[in-house]
Design a protein around this ligand. Sequence first.
Ligand SMILES: Cc1ncc(COP(=O)(O)O)c(C=O)c1O
Length: 495
Amino acid sequence: MSDEAEGGWEWSAEEIRRVGYRTVDMIADYLASLPQRPAFRPVPPDLAAEFLRGTPPPETGKEAGAVLDEFAEVVAPYPFGQGHPRYWGFVNPPPTVIGVFAEALAAAMNSSCGGGNHAAYYVERQVVEWFRQLVGFPSGSMGLLVSGGSVATLTALAVARHVKAGVDVRAEGVQRCDGRLVVYMGQEGHSCIRKAVELLGLGRDAIRTIPVDEHYRMVVTELESALRRDRDEGLRPIAVAASAGTVNTGAIDPLREIAAVCREHDVWLHVDGSYGGPAILTRRYRAELEAIALADSLALDPHKWLYVPAEAGLALVRDGEALRDTFSLVPPYIRSAGNPTGVYGLPWFSEYGVQQTRGFRALKVWMALKHHGLSGYARAIEHDLALADRLARLVRESESLELMGPPSLSIVCFRYAPPALRADGDRLDALNKALLERIQLGGEAFLSSTVMGGRFVLRACVVNPRSKESDIDLFVGLVERLGAELLRPAGGGPG
Ligand SMILES: Cc1ncc(COP(=O)(O)O)c(C=O)c1O
């Protein structure tokens, strides 16, 4: 019996090839067959129950092929929809294929990217540098790859707290600050900002939620008033977290004006560009998003609009030394003289963030950027924008659909709202909730929802270069048909 049958440790090159080629076949079949498969179908209840049954961990190993069989049977058939050409839920793209392979190569190297004089370290430094140039941060900036926008935001706001608290937060926590610390975000800011503020020990009450205008953008005069009011009351404003693409509607806060206010009030500006940041590559959004360069810190997720397989988020901080001061705590066993050509090399990433052992996330970002190039990315993002425009246009033209607010970036919010029902908000809410579930469970498309102006709406976020115009057209017809079916009384007579 081969060692592998027992879950062996020393595979021959032949065994690796055999299992590897089969895995590649599975990847190819999986990705190629997605368009023909349901976008989503729930895990069958008996299978879900089996997962949750509390079975003990496997006592003995089995042959790798049998493990792959099991994956093919109980995992691969039940994705949440990501990768399908009519998946437009949340902010999840299909993975760029080179990123899929990069994951395997990174795992093969199993580099520990806390730091050290090895290639993976330099790959990440180069990736960070590319993003620095892309968004126009100055040369003293520093950043690192993290799991996603949430941890990037936590990392950035930790630096803001460190710099702006007025005391040595690392020594004293937030207990002895001169005035309570306050953070500002737009009403439409992502929940990860709140989570970060809570985790940083400032407390939920330290958040000022600034109203938004009819385009869901933070109202700068309201921000200014809130800052003044808090200062007058002896509080200590430390940071504003603005959005370069909100998750609900894709709204971009007026970054230039907000940056000016932050400068005037000596407050840190964090920009959440987790979703919208990459749109800086497009003609339509370049000028607006160039204002990101005015921020003190940025979150931008390669695993969103750069189509890199999850997880890959970037935290970038204008003052690289401040980032290091916030996190650096070098244990004696890896302290080095800082010799760039020595074994431990340049300052470790672990001095710039929370993690010590860090995966080789950078490889998939590096390979994807090399493979597609900025021009390839610009084209893909512009393709998504064009499809979102098409969807918005078809919604406007439809008798029974209603566009909910101006689309921004690649998000389109709308609802099924036949003219006769338009005045009945509660009925429309219930109808659209039922409709969303029908769409999601039907398997022909997947989208999510949000609430706008207190009303339940359907939300499509197109970050999907696999989507075609015909997918959008088919989808609009589907929504109209399913909506009409829901209105028809049981029994099938005319509604
Ligand atoms: C605008 C925005 N910010 C932050 C996040 C959080 O990012 P992550 O889920 O990668 O932690 C998201 C997630 O969708 C987002 O859309």
